[in-house]
Design a protein. Structure first.
Length: 69
């Protein structure tokens, strides 16, 4: 029974601390945009960067000559 003198104040302090952390998270905007990061992953642009060197293409089988008519 004497343990209640310790556990009740500790639980009240713990609830108070959890409330402070939750209040801080609300005030600092932690819950402002819950869906944005998920959409950013889906809309990721996978196109290659055009500022790099151009790709080399394989030479045609006829050695690059035009076919004669």
């Amino acid at each position: 029974m004497e343990i209640l003198y310790l556990l009740i104040p500790l639980s009240v302090v713990l609830v108070f601390l959890i409330g402070l952390v939750f209040w801080w998270s609300l005030r600092s905007g932690q819950y402002d945009d819950l869906e944005g990061p998920g959409y950013r992953v889906l809309m990721d642009d996978d196109r290659p960067d055009s500022s790099g060197p151009p790709e080399r293409r394989a030479a045609p089988e006829n050695g690059g000559e035009r076919p004669r008519n």
